[in-house]
Design a binder for this molecule. Structure first.
Ligand code: GLN
Length: 284
């Protein structure tokens, strides 16, 4: 088979399996297996693909047709322009979360060094590590990532290593093992309401870790816990910055105001949906 025939076959199989981005996913897998760039494909699409690549490609297409996420097949996801290792033990980084990182980077400019940063529910480490990556050489900054899952932390440590960043990753159920105080806490906790989980896309529902999605009955369990405990772990004027679900802006910002945070703000993502809530911890 030629590259073009193989690519078309892959696309058709995915389309028949009702995979949303069938031709895009078929392309990424072709690139993954053959190492060919898009530019070379347009020149060489009539080139014959070696048998072993054909076989490997069609096996991966088969798995994708079973709704296994593309990122679990390639083992990576791009986030903030960086490449992160992922597997079934971590939530696949979402583009929506970039606004949380951008907000943190903006606020970090205003905070004087040294900065002590905590990422609660770190998963793949993508939030913490991209903040540290872009703050490197700009601020004296120490980062700690917390997760309840040791398996997730293995992935986060691998990511820190590939990005050449030194970070402390700690297994802890929320703040249980935390003793320090931080100038900023960022978090993308599990926030999907238990009854909404069954309506999610199969890729998410069956393959992202439930531990990373389930925000319990009203979806707000982790915000409640983190907000109520954060006063022990935030320095005066420290920032708390959350990713939230599109319909949680009001609830989470009210919780923060009630807990004595000031300058509480809701920020929208690229789709125009509420995505981030932030506030400053006020000791007064
Ligand atoms: N944004 C993710 C989703 O839509 C959920 C992330 C989370 O629960 N923290 O699936």
């Amino acid at each position: 088979m030629t590259l073009k025939e193989l690519y078309n076959t892959g696309t058709d199989i995915l389309k028949n399996a009702s995979i949303q981005e069938s031709s895009l996913d078929a392309w990424y897998l072709l690139e993954y297996v053959t190492g060919i760039t898009r530019a070379r494909y347009f020149v060489d699409s009539q080139q014959t693909v070696p048998k072993n690549h054909q076989k490997q490609y069609l096996q991966l297409i088969q798995k994708r047709a079973e709704h296994i996420p593309l990122q679990h097949l390639t083992g990576v996801q791009e986030f903030m322009g960086l490449e992160f290792h992922v597997n079934e033990h971590v939530l696949i980084p979402r583009q929506d979360t970039e606004i949380l990182v951008e907000t943190a980077l903006e606020k970090l400019k205003e905070i004087s060094s040294p900065v002590n940063l905590l990422d609660m529910c770190t998963g793949s480490g993508c939030i913490l590590l991209s903040i540290l990556y872009y703050m490197k050489n700009k601020k004296q900054i120490t980062g700690t990532g917390v997760d309840i899952s040791d398996k997730a932390l293995e992935v986060a440590r691998k990511n820190a290593k590939s990005l050449g960043l030194s970070v402390d990753f700690l297994q802890s159920d929320l703040f249980d093992k935390i003793t320090d105080k931080y100038s900023m806490i960022v978090s993308n906790p599990p926030y999907i309401r238990s009854d909404v989980i069954k309506t999610l896309q199969e890729e998410v529902r069956e393959h992202d870790p439930m531990l990373a999605l389930d925000g319990m009955e009203d979806g707000l369990y982790f915000y409640r816990k983190i907000i109520s405990e954060s006063e022990k772990y935030l320095q005066a004027d420290g920032y708390l910055i959350f990713e939230i679900g599109h319909d949680q802006g009001l609830d989470v910002s009210n919780m923060m105001k009630d807990a004595g945070f000031r300058d509480v703000l809701i920020k929208k993502d690229l789709a125009g949906l509420d995505r981030v809530v932030l506030g400053v911890y006020d000791t007064k």
